[in-house]
Design a protein around this ligand. Structure first.
Ligand code: UD1
Length: 353
């Protein structure tokens, strides 16, 4: 069986690494990189560090408005699918590359498999919510990380081809955690384990909204703990545009986006995490680092239900109060699986051949 994996963003790369390792034991894999992320720190470093095979195709689409970016990927990926005739197209998560790959494959009657299927934040203002729901409805195989995800699909009438596999991010974390122990980021940055907060902000609803971004910056400037902030290029662009960058830099340790190995070491040793990322809420949970989420909703509801993640929106007062005081009290359930999701996914694909 020939499988074409379509990937394009940083979170796709992290998930594709363990899946690709498992896939290649049984099938032929073709990697199509859309080029949605392209800066060295957002792209190439992940392929190098996580030993993801060099893409067979690089579509080089780059940035743009959602319609433009999704459309460019669709035009270019269609040509590759027509030429390569894969038996199955594999997409990950909820970015524009996910939707474009799933939509084009389904229109060409190529089977689609979606990893991280069934996630819902129930917030249609998030471009990711549209991407994940539409990708699910284009898919023949829906690999769900959690029971909640299976139930979400069930409510939408998606029952056939739905599999509860556990989360491939657990596979990635278990594989990369030991490697990350070698990272020297803590010493290099003059940090002390469990004496700093890691912050990341890149969600469109926070970065492209001056009121929210101003409120987040004001809160970060007043938090008592030292903050280290690996900054997404989108966030840097908007902070500069709104004249907020210099204020933030005076109080917060802003650094370039990190490779995955340094980043894992950094978060594993953090006292708390402040983020609007989806994947990071889950990584924090798995590593047992308290997480404060700068959003009003989350698709990773289990992390909140278990009391290890708290939603504070972009509210300055809440970020400061909860940021200074939050300490999880409850034990975690075992919700994201045991690290064997990639192998399970490959086995299911093999059984269906
Ligand atoms: C995308 C995903 C989001 C995911 C995130 C991880 C969508 C709709 N969103 O958001 O779900 O959480 O990736 O980072 O697909 N840019 C650069 N260099 C890069 C990449 C981006 O400078 O390598 C800048 C550009 O100014 C670009 C902006 O960031 O316009 C947004 O990039 P884009 O890939 O469109 O979305 P993300 O915000 O990264």
């Amino acid at each position: 069986m020939k499988i074409a994996s379509v990937i394009g963003t940083r979170p796709n790369f992290v998930k594709a690494a363990p899946v690709s390792r498992a896939l290649r034991k049984k099938f032929d894999e073709l990697i199509i990189h859309t080029g949605q992320h392209y800066d060295y720190e957002m792209d190439k470093i992940f392929f190098d560090e996580l030993q993801i095979p060099v893409p067979d195709y690089h579509l080089g689409v780059g940035s743009g408005l959602h319609g433009f970016q999704t459309g460019e990927i669709m035009k270019k990926v269609e040509k590759v699918f027509v030429e390569e005739k894969p038996d199955l197209v594999l997409v990950y998560g909820d970015c524009n590359s996910t939707l474009a790959g799933a939509l084009v494959a389904s229109k060409l009657h190529i089977k689609v498999a979606h990893i991280e299927a069934g996630l819902r934040s129930f917030d249609k203002n998030m471009p990711e919510e549209i991407n994940r729901a539409l990708a699910d409805h284009c898919s023949d195989l829906l690999f769900c990380p959690t029971k909640t995800a299976v139930n979400n699909l069930d409510r939408e009438g998606l029952i056939e081809g739905v599999y509860l596999t556990g989360d491939v991010m657990v596979d990635a974390l278990l594989h990369n955690k030991d490697i990350s122990a070698q990272s020297k980021i803590i010493e290099e940055r003059g940090l002390k384990s469990k004496h700093y907060i890691v912050a990341t902000v890149h969600r469109q609803s926070n970065t492209d909204n001056k009121k929210n971004l101003k409120s987040i910056v004001a809160a970060f400037c007043e938090l008592s703990e030292r903050i280290i902030f690996p900054m997404h290029p989108r966030t840097e662009k908007f902070l500069k545009r709104y004249g907020l960058f210099d204020d933030l830099r005076k109080k917060v340790n802003i650094i370039k986006p990190l490779g995955h190995i340094d980043f894992l070491k950094l978060i594993n040793n953090a006292k708390k995490i402040l983020t609007d990322s989806g994947g990071l809420q889950k990584e924090a949970y798995i590593l047992k680092v308290p997480c404060i989420t700068i959003r009003d909703n989350t698709e990773w509801v289990e992390t909140v239900e278990d009391g290890w993640n708290v939603l504070v929106g972009a509210d300055k007062g809440k970020i400061i109060e909860i940021g200074n005081t939050f300490a999880p009290k409850r034990k975690q359930r075992h919700v994201f699986g045991d690290g064997g999701a990639s192998e399970k996914i490959v086995k299911i694909m093999g059984d269906l051949q």
